[in-house]
Design a protein around this ligand. Structure first.
Ligand code: PXG
Length: 440
């Protein structure tokens, strides 16, 4: 009997991530190549990338230096064991990363994704306190509307109900601060005025559980996936003060804000607030090869460096931590950012981006607009009784009209590669206006 095997073009087998599978497979949208600011579809159409892939291709697509570095590395040293053995490229990349990071950040622990960076940072936080004889500090504090990837720790500290309601009991000992998205801040450009006081909710949680039970507090400096929520003025500074006062580690999830998205290497520098750890990924390799890194202060790292020298200090790591090919991609990516001064370029075009986005204030269905660096969100009035549908329709129409945007709920989020020029900003925003005007 013939097996019912799918043909090569059959779409059944691939269970697509975070995708409306049935909708996609009934009318697929396929990219077959990419260059700089554009994707090419299977039909040969050019689509302007308004989202840097999934917030990761900060230098644009198929950049020669990165492509060549990966090709060279794969032919030279394809893989080397990551445990008890090393290879030079990973050490070089770690050095370059701590040079790029704020003063005080001295070490890099490699992972393969943002989700793994988050898990790694949470585990390091708990183990750090234990290593210092403070083993009761196991509680983790996240925030409503936080996104920290999809693994169990990340969805536990994350504040997105849909990401956890299907998955049963998660990490215990987790609490959440309120999100910072206040109606008073509608139409804010850059950092909103109201809401620094929301950081004091951490004091309330500390009073409830006792500081001696809390290991870490994790936040995205700018929340990306839940619709671009910009921290109110003074909020991150206040969080830092409270964490320092109570001996709690502050973790910035910089998976989106890292590598120039705000016009500085990291949000930590943009806001001038130093966390104890930073979770990174995405732009680290320009999205080319999966890789993440947790960056830590010397104090966090040094707490582990005790006891007999032949013993492993941290029981954690991945087969591909700092793999040669990912490391080569990372190095070439950092070189590309530096060579083209892309973080400064982002800062330079950010005011133009802000003006262009906010020009959509009078477009149909728009109820709020938010921006920072090369991140922007346009929030739509939901269709009554059918949340997310209007934004999803906007995404489909935008794709037909040649621009790639992302939607989350009824919010359109954009994060173009940092090489975008003014004419491309105009095209993105102009097309989006046409799309919004044509929507029910
Ligand atoms: N932390 C943050 C802040 C993120 O934005 C992750 C962790 C997880 O990274 P990985 O590499 O495990 O996916 C993310 C990922 C979107 C979108 O359109 C955002 C992400 C991923 C895919 C889509 O909002 N962020």
């Amino acid at each position: 009997m013939a097996l019912d095997r799918p043909t090569p073009n059959d779409l059944r087998a691939f269970w697509m991530p975070f995708t409306a599978n049935r909708q996609f497979k009934s009318s697929p949208r396929m990219f077959v190549s990419a260059k700089d600011m554009h994707y090419t579809t299977a039909e040969g159409r050019q689509v302007l990338d308004g989202t840097a892939g999934l917030w990761c291709c900060n230098a644009g697509h198929c950049r020669p230096r990165i492509t060549e570095a990966v090709a060279k590395q794969v032919g030279e040293l394809d893989y080397a064991p990551a445990f008890q053995m090393g290879h030079p490229v990973a050490f070089e990349l770690a050095n370059r990363l701590v040079d790029l990071a704020p003063d005080g950040i001295d070490h890099a622990f490699f992972t393969n994704s943002g989700s793994e960076s988050v898990e790694t940072a949470l585990k390091i936080a708990i183990a750090y306190h234990r290593a210092r004889g403070d083993g009761a500090r196991t509680r983790l504090i996240g925030r409503e509307r936080g996104y920290h990837g999809v693994n169990f720790g990340g969805i536990s500290v994350g504040g997105i109900v849909n990401n956890r309601k299907m998955f049963g009991t998660l990490l215990g000992g987790v609490d959440h601060m309120p999100h910072t998205h206040l109606p008073d801040n509608q139409w804010s450009r850059g950092q909103p005025e109201h809401g620094a006081h929301l950081a004091d909710e951490l004091e309330r949680i500390i009073a409830l559980h006792g500081a001696e039970t809390i290991a870490a507090c994790i936040v995205e400096p700018v929340a990306g996936s839940t619709g671009v929520l910009i921290p109110p003025k003074g909020y991150l500074e206040r969080l830092r003060e409270i964490c320092t006062k109570h001996g709690i580690l502050l973790i910035f999830d910089e998976v989106i804000t890292g590598f120039g998205r705000l016009g500085a290497p990291f949000a930590a520098q943009y806001f001038d607030v130093l966390p104890d750890m930073m979770a990174t990924a995405k732009g680290l390799t320009n999205g080319v090869i999966p890789m993440g890194a947790v960056l830590t202060t010397g104090a966090v790292h040094d707490a582990f460096m005790q006891g007999p020298e032949h013993l492993i200090e941290l029981f954690h790591g991945y087969t591909y931590s700092g793999s040669p090919i990912a490391s080569a991609a990372g190095l070439a990516t950092l070189e590309t950012y530096a060579e083209e001064d892309l973080f400064a370029r982002c800062a330079g075009i950010a005011p133009y981006w802000e003006e262009a986005l906010h020009s959509l204030r009078d477009a149909r269905h728009v109820i709020d607009i938010r921006n920072m660096g090369l991140i922007g969100a346009v929030e739509l009035e939901p269709i009554a009784g059918e949340p997310t549908k209007r934004a999803f329709n906007a995404f489909l129409k935008a794709y037909e009209k040649g621009i790639l945007i992302r939607t989350t709920g009824d919010i359109i989020a954009m994060s173009p590669p940092l090489i975008i020029d003014r004419a491309q900003v105009d095209q993105l925003v102009g097309t989006l206006r046409e799309v919004l005007d044509s929507l029910d």
